[in-house]
Ligand binder design. Structure first.
Ligand code: PLP
Length: 357
């Protein structure tokens, strides 16, 4: 679950907590995804993790970046001038509508009218919210995102030779398997009216089974079968970068309260909010660097330093742990540091390390 190079680095870090990004693992993973997708274009959804070290590795493999704000746009175009950028996101400001892009994902008829008012050229994908039932998704992106068939119909007559309709964009849900995503793709691509379709992200990542991977080969082959001459694009976030990040910390207390064993670690979910937002146990390993009091082979709940009962990384995981041990949380490379409430309680920020070999 944790690469040997990460474990070796973890026990030698001068300051904890720390994030460790394993760049060779990311490089190999994204290269394999790229190969599996064949003719389907691959963009990375920057909101999953905008860390520049990760983006530099990704830039060697992806066809472009999907950004959802002026901030992400400035970050990515500053790092990679000339790299294709797809700009999406609800509630774009006039300044955002004026940003240069390879594709602009328009969210509503009113947004399209405001885009036309800029007088600038634009290449547009209309973001469709088809209201398809999505079974088994971790999160569905219905609600306010994109537009329904009536919204699309309202947009179609508005295009000009300067503001061009290139196709559709649909990011429908997250946490889906390859067969589930292919089922949605088939329903979307059905009538074949659009030359270009961005099918979004949402490829499943299983925190409960860290060894499992989304079946990129089946997905790539399935999209090939559906393509029929169209340009297809996907824009995953989590399934590209989740696996390359670890959050490394140290046990500062081990205790039993009303029979329950707790390990208290430096830092907390203000650095790694993922287990709280997703409601899962963050997978981890304990490296035996400690000599303090501890417990042996029993269910332990691992908590951080925040003064809230919500600051829980994992509940009742069978393990041995003692004060001074190093805890390495796996799968902390996406929606981890960058979605966390860093300033709550004013503890020090973690260090960041990028392993290159
Ligand atoms: C968040 C998002 C993605 C990436 O989703 P993942 O679940 O991280 O793959 C892609 N496209 C859009 C429009 C998004 O909002």
């Amino acid at each position: 679950m944790i690469a040997p190079r990460v474990q070796e680095a973890a026990v030698r870090l001068p300051r904890l907590p720390a994030y460790v990004y394993d760049l060779p693992t990311l490089d190999a993973h994204v290269a394999a995804v790229r190969r599996a997708l064949g003719a389907t274009e691959l963009y990375y959804a920057v909101k999953a993790n905008p860390d520049a070290g990760l983006l530099r590795v990704l830039a060697g493999h992806v066809d472009g970046f999907e950004v959802s704000s002026a901030g992400e746009h400035a970050h990515v175009t500053g790092l990679f001038p000339g790299m294709p950028v797809a700009l999406g996101g609800p509630g774009k400001t006039d300044a955002e509508l004026r940003l240069p892009h390879h594709r602009l994902h328009v969210e509503s008829p009113y947004e399209l009218r405001r885009l036309l008012d800029t007088g600038l050229e634009a290449d547009v994908l209309l973001r469709l919210n088809p209201g398809l039932p999505v079974e088994g998704a971790a999160l569905t992106m219905g609600g306010p995102f994109g537009m329904d068939a009536a919204g699309v119909a309202e947009c179609l007559p508005l295009f000009t030779d300067r503001v061009r309709l290139r196709g559709l964009h649909a990011h429908l849900a997250s946490g889906l398997s390859a067969p589930q995503l292919l089922g949605l793709a088939e329903a979307l691509l059905g009538d074949g009216a659009y030359e270009e379709v961005n099918l979004g992200g949402g490829m499943a990542v299983s925190y409960a089974s860290p060894g499992e991977r989304f079946d990129w080969a089946a997905y790539g082959a399935g999209l090939d079968a559906l393509r029929r001459g169209r340009l297809l694009r996907v824009e995953p976030g989590r399934a590209l970068t989740a696996y390359c990040g670890s959050y490394v910390t140290r046990v500062v207390d081990v205790k039993r309260v009303h029979g329950q064993a707790y390990a208290v670690v430096l830092g907390g979910t203000h650095h790694l909010r993922t287990p709280v937002t997703k409601g899962h146990d963050q997978p981890f390993v304990v490296l035996p660097t400690g000599a303090g009091p501890g417990v042996t082979d029993e269910p332990v709940t691992v908590v951080g330093q925040l003064c809230t009962p919500k600051d829980v990384f994992a509940r009742n995981i069978g393990t041995s742990v003692r004060v001074g041990d190093t805890v390495v949380f796996a799968m902390a490379g996406a929606y981890a540091w960058n979605i966390s409430h860093h300033d709550f309680l004013m503890h020090p920020k973690p260090a960041f390390h990028h392993l290159t070999s």
